[in-house]
Ligand binder design. Sequence first.
Ligand code: SAH
Length: 343
Amino acid sequence: MYNVLDFTLEELQSWMKENGESAFRAKQVFSWIYKNIWNFDDMKNIPVSLKEKLKENFIIDIPKIVEVYESSVDDTKKILLSMKDNNLIECVLMKYKHGNSICISTQVGCRMGCKFCASTIGGRIRDLGAGEILAEIIVAQKYLGERISNVVLMGSGEPLDNFDNVVKFLKLVNAEYGLNIGQRHITLSTCGIVPKIIELADLDLSITLAISLHAFSDEKRKVIMPIANKYTIAEILDACRYYMNKTGRRITYEYSLVSGVNDSKEDAKSLSKLLKDMNGHVNLIPVNEIKENTLKRPSKKTIEDFEEILKAHGIEVTVRREMGTDINAACGQLRRSYLETQK
Ligand code: SAH
């Protein structure tokens, strides 16, 4: 069985032709799916014989909403989804002035092992398929009843550790007949898998790349991110320069502030020096505390000081606005706490 959501329009058109059907049927099928009709029998203009063929070969793999947690402090909604093999994933809807944004997962779990992150605690269970990643948005958009216009690949999983499916997803999400979300409205966040950053750059996409940096030196980075044993910061920044040259896109550097680990004034100064010629944007994320570790977020004053030092060095910086703190909105926390209550 294929998941029809893994197919581009051209691929489904080819399938139609190979199976003795007219190519235009492909567009009809997709237009039903994007009208939230997720069952071939309900697709009114599709002949019965084709419906039968479709059912023999395809599923429309839309996950089930298990629970939705709505924040009472802002409009953030966290959605727990159950996949067809009963694995759970999560995505987060955020409302901004410029539109609705969704943070989606790319794997069930993660194998990167970052110390502060809840998604990685049980390791990686499996990759998500391109259509499964797409379906997170389809199902969330139906739930919301409003268009989703921005996507960040910052949920559970390391997108570049699931490269082919993620690249296919980037193609699918663009499709005019479908969600029609432009590449400029998509951000992919990675812990820094250097060869894959280069490969991504070579695809000449115009998505925004975000790098989870979190430290100014390799030594410090190794304490919180195992991937730092494999790739150095120098290699990552080289790959970033390559990405910028290729795509003309500026890079975002994410920096999760952890009290006593990477939040000192010295850290801020060294980070400024490191990034001074990168023409990037730094996003400071006060760490979301999780009960599985003892990492603490810095005080408000420490965060402000850190931000000021970067600014004084001419680095463009924002502190990530906290959203949905009352609903476990940090990466992977929801799935973990849900799994625990089921034990
Ligand atoms: N694997 C990718 C994308 C998923 S994580 C990556 O590493 O970039 C998305 C972002 O959230 C990363 O910057 C990650 O380091 C950060 N993050 C994860 N858990 C966090 C937590 N508990 N507090 C603050 N930031 C966290």
